[in-house]
Design a protein around this ligand. Structure first.
Ligand SMILES: Nc1nc2c(ncn2[C@@H]2O[C@H](COP(=O)(O)OP(=O)(O)OP(=O)(O)O)[C@@H](O)[C@H]2O)c(=O)[nH]1
Length: 295
């Protein structure tokens, strides 16, 4: 199967999604988007959670309505345990070049989240140094569905430096493998002296996504569910694997009798032909855009 069959798979999925007519956009999502947009100017930091496997496709479109200079935004590439590590480094460099602060994290890993928490505290100290305010710092976690916002909020809350009494009444927000489980905005304390709170919010998507490859990536990584047939998705996934260097590596391993080679880790990198790799040195791409989108 080559590029031709990959584009056939893509077309089928694009058509399926067109028929589904933005079925992901419920009244609830519209209300949540409105509530989040109203709070954006009121918070100190925005933690925009993205999926580390597709850091461009999983961006939160709502943020493009706000001038970048009006936001203190940190792009959090979550689920690093599922992503290709060398590509992650490239993404970090890419965001640096775009003057964006980014951070890769695995919300299920305690040590990882601790380091992230220290990083956030350093950001807060820096802010306090500049504005000399003693007020509580608020960080709003936003992003598309299922990228791990609630998992991250819970981990930060559990590990946060808060008093023993406060630890006694730890809250927690719902974490689920299905998108759209978080229904309300909830506030969790993650630090004292200075007080820091994170706001966990429901996952949001725009009413329409015109790029069918973006839709497919979102379906493959779980942000959009039940709108594309599993068969179509599997065919597209296989088409990506078949055009990949990663697949060839697995094939080689399996001919040597090693059946542990299917790790699922190289999906995003797998669509790299050597040519693409060359191009990627200049523009990292999660294969949803010919060149990096404006961030
Ligand atoms: N492997 C891995 N899985 C994660 C990570 N973070 C979250 N998950 C899983 O991803 C799924 C979605 O996590 P949630 O925290 O519910 O995602 P959300 O962004 O709050 O989802 P919505 O409520 O739809 O907005 C759950 O099955 C989590 O266990 C991570 O760092 N690595």
């Amino acid at each position: 199967m080559g590029m031709a069959s990959r584009s056939i798979g893509l077309k089928e999925i694009g058509e399926a999604l067109k028929k589904a007519k933005s079925g992901w956009y419920s009244l609830h999502m519209a209300a949540a988007s409105h509530a989040i947009a109203q709070r954006i100017p009121l918070v100190d930091f925005i933690l925009e959670v993205r999926d580390a496997r597709i850091p461009l496709s999983s961006h939160c479109q709502l943020l493009s309505n706000f001038p970048p200079s009006s936001l203190r935004r940190i792009i959090v590439m979550n689920k690093t345990d599922l992503a290709n590590h060398s590509q992650l480094k490239e993404w970090t460099q890419y965001f640096e070049q775009q003057n964006c602060i980014s951070y890769g994290v695995n919300s299920h890993n305690k040590e990882n989240v601790k380091k992230f928490l220290n990083f956030l505290q350093a950001q807060v100290r820096e802010l306090k140094r500049i504005d000399h305010s003693g007020h509580t710092t608020t960080m709003m976690i936003i992003g598309i569905p299922n990228v791990g916002k609630s998992a991250l909020a819970n981990s930060l809350h559990q590990l946060g430096r808060i008093s023993a009494a406060e630890k006694g009444k730890l809250k927690h927000t719902i974490v689920s493998p299905h998108p759209g489980e978080t229904k309300n905005i909830s506030s969790l304390k993650i630090g004292s002296h200075p007080n820091i709170y994170v706001l966990d919010t429901p996952g949001i998507l725009p009413p329409q996504i015109h790029d069918s490859e973006v839709c497919t990536k979102l379906a493959l990584t779980g942000a959009i569910e039940n709108l594309v047939g599993e068969k179509e998705l599997a065919r597209y996934f296989l088409a990506i694997l078949n055009t990949s260097d990663g697949y060839k590596k697995w094939e080689r391993l399996s001919t040597h009798g090693n059946d542990k080679s299917f790790t699922g880790q190289e999906v995003e990198g797998s669509s790299d032909s050597k040519l693409n790799m060359k191009r990627k040195r200049q523009y990292p791409s999660d294969h949803t855009q010919a060149e990096p989108q404006k961030l």
